[in-house]
Design a protein around this ligand. Structure first.
Ligand SMILES: [Zn+2]
Length: 516
């Protein structure tokens, strides 16, 4: 069977109107889906374990990696023998979808669930994940998708004469979908052909929240559409080349033509750390009051043997947990929207973007708090998606070959800098300029296939004042009392005996100024 060619797709999300009765059967449907998913996951896991214990699997592992074809053939043979494949799992789903589940889940939905279970287990099999997660009754399964828009879970739109209303159809039931026909994004989306439909359940802040059902959930339908998403008019395209140096909390932007900026990543983000801490403490107190038997005399959680400890939740505990989750969810949503705006701002300048290849997972260990708040990895993924959509390029430069953070274009030497050295100042006369901005400048002038940036004298003469101007702007803001991260290399003036940067004639000099 020839595989169908992949076409571009995008997602349009519409809220569902859920009333009392609808909420009840949606809950029942999703509960059935959860049970089926757990069964499929268990079966896939069992098959994987059998397969790994097979001597043929070990023989395949022992084959040298240089014999690529032989190795692949051996692995696929073992997989086939143990029925560990997407299609074998589809066959199993037919059997598992027994009487009562079949009332809720049709065969195409069962197939997509089987695929999902197989992919989860396969990630463990190939070493991309450590474990799979069974969906507990308390947490439930929050999304389900169909396969095509003509059977099972599907979206139906009335003809304009009949009222233009949309419905999500699941088996015999159907629910109205909110459509804002004044929104050009929605109108554009609804004119594309639908590949398949996904139903998503999200937690609202409370049961009284707008659009929430009595259990405090909101439901959305996601239409996966063929084609390209709507491009808003305000998001015009530029065609400059931008060097982008991404740090855990800072972003240095160097377009070849245009304003150079050193920014705090998602500056507007204001996490309420005090409130979070208070809620966490309250949760802990409530947990202790509800389960006094689970703690020893010193207040530590008791060790358990074969049987896990039983934990009880009170209504108040659940309420506090929801408050904490809502706060975190809002923060994440704000971060995402800020990043979206930043991406659009960048694209307006140019859609040829060069960044350094970084392991954001490695950053999580080193700069945990900052990365958790600002999620630079997600930003890069967003950027990649938008750049691809607009036909631009995002080239990632390997750091081990180029070593741009050590490079100086004046003398073409590589000198290592400590993490605390925030300024590039070379004896050859280059600098001092902020390190992040300098490496963004180098990135902007790097040909992706080369390892050394090609910089003419006039490039640097043009760039230096821009870098200095960007820095002066930041210093002005620091003087006004705005908080800037330490990585900018601008000391806070209020500290006593603090290093303060002074501009003398043409170069920056660092001097100690006594304050107070
Ligand atoms: Zn130099």
């Amino acid at each position: 069977m020839a595989r169908q060619k992949k076409t571009p797709s995008f997602v349009l999300e519409l809220p569902l109107v859920v009333h009392g009765n609808h909420a009840k059967w949606l809950h029942a449907h999703l509960e059935a889906v959860r049970c089926l998913y757990n069964v499929l996951l268990g079966e896939a896991l069992k098959r994987m374990r059998c397969m790994r214990n097979d001597s043929a699997w070990q023989a395949a592992c022992a084959l040298p990696r240089s014999h690529k074809q032989e190795r692949e053939a051996a692995f696929s043979h073992v997989r086939k023998a143990h029925g560990f494949s997407e299609y074998a799992m589809h066959d199993y789903a037919k059997v598992a979808r027994c009487n009562w589940i079949a009332d809720h889940v049709d065969s195409t939905m069962a197939q997509t669930l089987a695929t999902r279970a197989y992919q989860a287990v396969n990630r463990v099999c190939v070493g991309q994940a450590k474990n799979v997660r069974f969906k507990s009754r308390g947490r439930g399964l929050d999304s389900i998708e169909g396969k095509r828009n003509n059977t099972g879970l599907r979206f139906a739109l009335q003809a304009p004469q009949q009222g233009n209303e949309g419905y999500l159809v699941w088996g015999k039931d159907h629910m109205p979908v909110l459509i804002d026909w004044n929104d050009p994004v929605v109108v554009h989306g609804l004119h594309q052909s639908i590949k398949y439909v996904r139903l998503v359940r999200r937690k609202a802040s409370s049961a009284q929240a707008k659009g929430a059902d009595p259990q405090g959930n909101r439901y959305f339908v996601q239409l996966v559409l063929e084609g390209k998403p709507y491009q808003k008019e305000k998001n015009q395209l530029g065609n400059d080349t931008i060097g982008l140096d991404i740090g855990p909390s800072s972003l240095a932007i160097f377009p070849r033509e245009g304003t150079v900026r050193l920014k705090v990543f998602c500056e507007e983000l204001r996490p309420d750390i005090g409130k979070k801490r208070r809620l966490q403490r309250k949760l802990d107190r409530q947990r202790r009051t509800n389960n006094p038997d689970n703690y020893d005399e010193q207040g530590r959680v008791k060790l358990h043997g074969r049987h896990c400890l039983q934990w009880k939740d009170s209504k108040g505990y659940q309420e506090t947990r929801r408050q904490l989750a809502t706060q975190e969810r809002k923060l994440a949503a704000h971060c995402k929207s800020l990043q979206g705006k930043l991406v659009n701002d960048l694209i307006a300048v140019g859609n040829h973007i060069q960044i350094e290849k970084t392991s954001y997972k490695g950053w999580q260990k080193q700069f945990g708090k900052s990365v958790a708040l600002r999620s630079p990895g997600m930003f890069v993924e967003h950027l990649r998606r938008i750049v691809a959509k607009t036909g631009g390029t995002l080239s990632e430069v390997g750091t081990s070959q180029t070593k741009l953070s050590q490079y100086c274009h004046g003398c073409q030497c590589y000198v290592k800098k400590l993490l605390s050295q925030r300024w590039h100042h070379c004896p050859c006369g280059i600098g001092p300029v902020p390190r992040d901005l300098y490496s963004a400048f180098l990135l902007a002038h790097l040909d992706p296939v080369e390892t050394i940036p090609s910089i003419a004298l006039k490039d640097w003469e043009g760039a230096e004042p821009c870098l200095v101007a960007a820095m002066e702007f930041l210093q002005q803001r620091a003087k006004e009392g705005q908080f800037l991260p330490r990585s900018f290399g601008i000391p806070e003036p209020e500290r006593v005996g603090q290093k303060v940067l002074l501009r003398t004639n043409k170069s920056w000099s660092i001097s100690i100024v006594e304050v107070g």
